[in-house]
Design a protein around this ligand. Structure first.
Ligand code: G
Ligand code: G
Ligand code: MN
Ligand code: NA
Length: 253
């Protein structure tokens, strides 16, 4: 209850902020995307990790207004970067199933894109496999988003419930290999094989495959050798506030 009230206040009193983590081409090193990740800077307790408050936000439904704030803030930041001449990589926003199931989800996205005067192709939504539990409706929403020009990615791929036969029929461009698989490289041969298999499947089905949670040169090399196109992780940089990301971009031009 205390955390819940705190979260309501956080939204009201601007204690939420977005950090950003680049997605890098594993062939050219170029930055090809940027994931927005929420942070809660609590006035007394300092940073509360999203793993603590996102589940609560989902249970209480607060994820809907929080998710709206995230979308708007991420689009505002992307637009500011465009105005500053910062290369046109899309901004990726995490979307909970609960938000996705909200009747006004599509409307809200359209309204934010219009308000910020942002090209829909600069917004990518990261959804999880759990949306497939309500396949008919999800498919309808995803096709609407595709029609608008919004990019779609499956997050935490391999950890959920997706049925490959359905995945293939959804208008998704990208799959993100969950960091739990990547982090077992090189410690578990079976996980290595799994990562390799996901990459091959992704390539064969024409997805952009991105690996998350890359922390070591060894993991990077393994992913490159197996033709994984894009990577994200502490090896490049941990998530950073917008001003520090701008410096990172400047250094990595
Ligand atoms: O940033 P961090 O690694 O601590 O994120 C932990 C979890 O919180 C991840 O599963 C991530 O997807 C989720 N998360 C981060 N930001 C958002 C957000 O804006 N919306 C939703 N729904 N989840 C988020
Ligand atoms: O669920 P999602 O993939 O959106 O969550 C991404 C989470 O992974 C964020 O909490 C982010 O801070 C975290 N993260 C990003 N890069 C790394 C990494 O290299 N190692 C670890 N352990 N976590 C990472
Ligand atoms: Mn994500
Ligand atoms: Na993930």
């Amino acid at each position: 209850m205390e955390l819940e009230n705190g979260l309501r206040k956080a939204l009201e009193f601007n204690q939420l902020m977005l950090y950003y983590q680049p997605q890098c081409s594993l062939t050219t090193g170029e930055i090809v995307g940027m994931e927005a990740l929420i942070r809660w800077d609590h006035p007394e307790h300092g940073f509360v990790p999203p793993s603590e408050f996102i589940p609560l936000a989902e249970e209480t439904g607060l994820i809907v207004p929080i998710g709206k704030w995230v979308l708007r803030e991420a689009c505002r930041q992307r637009k500011n970067w465009s105005k500053a001449g910062i290369a046109d990589f899309p901004i990726a926003v995490n979307v909970s199933v609960r938000q996705f199931e909200d009747d006004h989800f599509i409307e809200y996205i359209a309204a934010v894109l219009e308000e910020m005067d942002l090209d829909a192709g600069l917004l990518e939504l990261e959804i999880t496999e759990s949306i497939m539990q309500n396949l008919q409706r999800s498919s309808y929403i995803l096709h609407q988003l595709e029609g608008m020009g919004v990019l779609l990615a499956i997050d935490d791929f391999g950890t959920g419930y997706s049925s490959l036969s359905y995945l293939n029929r959804l208008p998704i461009q990208k799959i993100k290999i969950d960091k739990s698989f990547v982090q077992e490289v090189p410690f578990l041969a079976s996980q290595e094989m799994l990562v390799k298999t996901i990459i091959d499947m992704g390539l064969n089905l024409n997805y952009i495959v991105i690996a998350e949670g890359i922390e070591t040169e060894h993991q990077l090399e393994f992913l490159r050798q197996n033709e994984c196109a894009v990577g994200q992780g502490y090896l490049f940089t941990k998530p950073l506030p917008a001003d520090q990301i701008e410096r990172y971009l400047e250094r990595n031009k």
